[in-house]
Structures are given as structure tokens and as C-alpha cells.
Design a protein around this ligand. Structure first.
Ligand SMILES: NC(=O)c1ccc[n+]([C@@H]2O[C@H](COP(=O)([O-])OP(=O)(O)OC[C@H]3O[C@@H](n4cnc5c(N)ncnc54)[C@H](O)[C@@H]3O)[C@@H](O)[C@H]2O)c1
Ligand SMILES: O=c1ccn([C@@H]2O[C@H](COP(=O)(O)OP(=O)(O)O[C@H]3O[C@H](CO)[C@@H](O)[C@H](O)[C@H]3O)[C@@H](O)[C@H]2O)c(=O)[nH]1
Length: 440
């Protein structure tokens, strides 16, 4: 099948590469000439394990191409995936300007039947807006070319994106006409081991499903984070509680890890957008408001613990921070807890040496030139002259350190672990004070 992907960011590139891997001819469009230049020269603008091989293989096979030419891109694919960003607007709602401008471009240049697929995360009712935007462009041209609009939200996780796309738990397709349903079924046939994975529904239910999934996952995390704080006060261990409740299949083990808050390009923005959708339609989504509040507070929990030990004023104190990305296996720092933690340490007068296996170039962009923040080449080097260590991202390479070396380096001998990555007995055996989330 011939497919165009409009927007070659995270989701666009992973989707385009994986759809090519399944034998389709894919043309990825982006308006950012720098991104397309990197891709055309064989580079990958994001860090995502395994993606480079899939891209290289399909470029070499002649199935995956990149362009900045809008007209060429629109005329290429029968299926047009819109995978552009939907960042939060000032009031928390999803900003649809990129989606609608992509839709208009399709209406402006299409010359034959198109299935226009919203893959971006978009609020309920967006498919109707996309339909209207395309119709307005066709009317302006005096054309009446047929087209369908489909909602096909994406559920991939960064760091595991290729696997999530190629082996999905489910594929949600919101569609309202037989031709579009037929084409979407044919497109996804090779992706499914069993047919129950393809869930065909109406457009609005598909749009809401995406927000419901992220909101449910964010709720589990905020719930566990609050219980972790309670566990600390009560002298219980949240990790044992997690095992205790996760063994109930109605609850399950996934997404129950307490930590220093959820970040990333999706949960924070999608929870906000769903709250706004609720408010706009007369529903105060109380649970989700609390989920967001709890997460905002949780991002500061490590600093609260630092303040308990070192006092409100941290002038003259220096901290090592391990982990900058919002989670392991990505260089993405969008809404990362590290941003809030480091900013709060600065506000209180402290300085920081940070280490992250892949996100340091991104951190340089995020924080800019700032004398209060330097970067280490290795995790242990970050500990030089540090009063204490803060662990913010659970990268594998942090999991088995030499605790005696940490003890020798840290002035206070304190580790503040925001991701519960160690068995507490090990740092304690080396004489360190180990403060994690929700554990005695
Ligand atoms: N990042 C994720 O893990 C993830 C997972 C599932 C769903 N989503 C959703 O997918 C959407 C895209 O997210 P992302 O992280 O890939 O965004 P991104 O910011 O990485 O990429 C968006 C790209 O779209 C391009 N673009 C904008 N307008 C364009 C236009 N009119 N024509 C062509 N290109 C255009 C931008 O230049 C950019 O490269 C969002 O709605 C997001 O919520 C993201
Ligand atoms: O038990 C857990 C699991 C995750 N997190 C945090 O939650 C955030 C998000 O993690 P994750 O969901 O793994 O990453 P994303 O790549 O943001 O993926 C989410 O957001 C995507 C964009 O919508 C969806 O497609 C995915 O299904 C959804 O998991 C990160 O900060 C994690 O540290 C926790 O604190 N505890």
C-alpha cells in the first residue's frame, strides 16, 4: 500500500519505518528541513533503540523515503497518516493548529481518494474538524474528490517504540465508512496475531480511548505515589505493597511503580487535555485533577527530602544528579522530573553535576549555558565534590554501582533515590544513608 506520514517526529518516524517494514511504500513528510536532511543523510534525529536499523533497512530496500515537499507527499499515499504534534495550549487543551494545517494541505493538494488518519493524540470531535478543513479546501478548489477520515491513536511507549508498534496490544480504529474500514483492516492485517486486536469503533470512541488509556495509567502512578508517601509515614514498604496488590489479576503489576513523578510528552499533556475536555462539556473530572496535583507535588518529593536533611537554604551545596531523561532508553526530556528538581535546587542556591547516558545534549539545549550546572562523563565522576546523590531516572547502568566508592566520594554519604533502584540493604551496608520513595 502507498502511505504518506505527515510529521516525521517521534510517532511519525516510528510509524513510517514500521509500516515500511511490513512491506508498504512510505513517504514521510516534515516541514522541518533539518530533520529531513538528517534522515536523508542516513541519520536518526531521535534516540530510540532499534529504530536506526529499521529505518536503514527500509531505506535501502527503497520502501521508505523522506521529503519536505507537501504536494509530492499528499499525492503519494492513498492513506495519509497525520502524526504531527498536539502540544498543550495555554488553557491545557490540545493545540490543533498543526493537525488542521496538515488537513488543509491534504485538501489543497489531493487529486484522488484519500483515507486521512489522525494518528496524533487529538480530543474528541477532531475528526469532524479535520473533515471540515479538508472539505473547505476542496470547495475552494471547486472539487468534490471523495475522502474518509479515520481515528487511529498510537499507544507506543518511548524506549520500546518499535516493538510496541510491531507487536501492539491492540489497534484502535475509529471509522465510519466501509471503504476506510476495508483499507485499515488490510493495512493492519500483518500486524495482528489474532483478529481481536483490531478494534473498530466510531470516531469519537476511538478519540476518547487514547485519552482514557493515558489517564488511567497516570492515575495508577499518582495513586501509588501517594500511597508511597503514606507508607513512609506509617513505616510500611511500598514495594512489598506493590507485590501484594499486583498479584491480584484485576490490578496487575504494570505501571504500579512509585517514583518521583511521571513525565514525558504524553501523560502530563493528555491528562491536562482530558480535564479541559471535561470542563468544556460541563464535567469536573475530580479524579484527574487530583492525579495532576499529586504528580506536580511528587516531582518535588526528592527536593523535599533534601531540604529535610540540609535545610531550606541550599547555598554552597553541590549535588550529583543521575538521570535527566523522563525515563530510561530515551533522550526525551519533555516534562521530565529532572527539570523541576534541578530548577528547584538552583532556586534554593545549590549547584549540580549531572550525568545521563544519552540525554546530556538535550539537557544542554533545555538548560542552556548555566554555570550552576555541569555535566560528568561517567556516573561516578558526577559525585566529585558532591554533598549527596539524587537518582532521577532508572537507567540500567546505575543499578549496580560500587557503594564503597560512592561512600568515599559523597560528603554527606546520602543517596536520594527517586526510582527505588537499589535493595536498601546494599547502600546501608556500605555505611550510606539511603532515602528512597515509600520504603523504610
Ligand atoms: N511521543 C510519543 O511517545 C507518542 C506516543 C503516542 C502518541 N503520541 C502523539 O503523537 C503526536 C506526535 O507526537 P510526537 O512526539 O511524534 O511529536 P514531535 O513533536 O516529535 O513531532 C511532530 C513533527 O511534526 C512536524 N510537523 C508539524 N506540522 C507539520 C505539518 N503541517 N506538516 C508536516 N510536518 C509537520 C514537526 O516538524 C515535527 O517534526 C502527538 O499528538 C502525541 O501526543 C506521541
Ligand atoms: O510504574 C510506573 C510507570 C511509569 N512511570 C513514569 O511515567 C512516565 C511515562 O512512562 P511511559 O508510559 O513508559 O512512557 P511514554 O513513552 O510517555 O508512554 C506513554 O505515553 C504514550 C503517548 O501517548 C503512550 O502511547 C504510551 O502507551 C504511554 O505508556 C515516565 O516518567 C515514567 O517514569 C512511573 O512513574 N511509574
Amino acid at each position: 500500500m502507498k502511505i504518506t506520514v505527515v510529521g516525521t517526529g517521534y510517532v511519525g518516524l516510528v510509524s513510517g519505518a514500521c509500516l515500511a517494514e511490513m512491506g508498504n511504500d512510505v513517504l514521510c513528510l516534515d516541514l522541518d528541513p533539518e530533520k529531513i536532511r538528517i534522515l536523508k543523510e542516513g541519520g536518526i534525529p531521535i534516540h530510540e533503540p532499534g529504530l536506526d536499523q529499521v529505518v536503514a533497512r527500509n531505506v535501502a530496500a527503497g520502501r521508505l523515503h523522506f521529503t519536505t515537499d507537501v504536494q509530492e507527499a499528499v499525492q503519494f499515499g492513498t492513506i495519509q497518516f497525520i502524526a504531527v504534534g498536539t502540544p498543550p495550549d495555554e488553557d491545557g487543551s490540545a493545540d490543533l493548529q498543526y493537525v488542521l494545517s496538515a488537513a488543509k494541505a491534504i485538501g489543497r493538494h489531493m487529486t484522488d481518494y484519500k483515507v486521512i488518519v489522525d494518528k496524533s493524540t487529538v480530543p474528541v470531535g477532531t475528526a469532524d474538524k479535520v473533515k471540515a478543513a479538508v472539505r473547505a479546501e476542496l470547495d475552494a478548489r471547486g472539487e468534490n474528490i471523495p475522502y474518509s477520515v479515520v481515528s487511529n491513536p498510537e499507544f507506543l511507549k518511548e524506549g520500546a517504540a518499535v516493538d510496541d508498534f510491531m507487536r501492539p496490544d491492540r489497534i484502535v480504529v475509529g471509522a465510519e465508512d466501509d471503504q476506510a474500514i476495508f483499507l485499515m483492516k488490510a493495512l493492519y492485517a500483518p500486524f495482528q496475531r489474532n483478529h481481536e486486536k483490531l478494534l473498530i469503533m466510531d470516531l469519537r470512541s476511538a478519540e476518547l480511548t487514547k485519552y482514557a488509556a493515558n489517564a488511567m495509567l497516570a492515575t495508577r502512578i499518582s495513586f501509588m505515589n501517594e500511597l508511597a508517601l503514606l507508607a513512609e509515614t506509617l513505616g510500611a514498604d511500598i514495594e512489598l505493597v506493590r507485590h501484594g496488590i499486583g498479584s491480584d489479576p484485576r490490578i496487575g503489576y504494570h505501571f504500579l511503580y512509585a517514583g518521583c513523578g511521571y513525565g514525558g510528552s504524553c501523560f502530563p499533556k493528555d491528562v491536562k487535555a482530558l480535564i479541559k475536555t471535561g470542563a468544556d462539556s460541563g464535567h469536573n473530572l475530580r479524579v484527574l485533577n487530583a492525579v495532576e496535583d499529586a504528580n506536580d507535588a511528587q516531582k518535588l518529593v526528592l527536593v523535599d527530602k533534601v531540604v529535610e536533611r540540609f535545610g531550606e537554604d541550599l547555598s554552597g551545596k553541590h549535588f550529583a544528579v543521575w538521570g535527566l531523561a523522563f525515563k530510561p532508553n530515551t533522550d526525551d526530556m519533555r516534562e521530565a522530573p529532572s527539570r523541576v528538581i534541578i530548577a528547584e535546587l538552583f532556586r534554593r542556591g545549590a549547584t549540580v553535576t549531572a550525568y545521563d547516558p544519552v540525554a546530556m545534549p538535550e539537557a544542554r539545549r533545555v538548560f542552556g549555558e548555566d554555570a550552576r550546572l555541569v555535566y560528568a562523563e561517567r556516573p561516578m565522576q558526577a559525585l566529585d565534590d558532591a554533598d549527596a546523590l539524587l537518582i532521577v531516572t532508572e537507567w540500567k547502568e546505575f543499578r549496580s554501582p560500587d557503594f564503597d566508592v560512592i561512600k568515599a566520594k559523597l560528603k554527606s554519604g546520602i543517596i536520594f533515590d527517586g526510582r527505588n533502584i537499589f535493595d536498601p540493604a546494599l547502600p546501608k551496608k556500605a555505611g550510606l544513608t539511603y532515602l528512597s520513595i515509600g520504603r523504610p
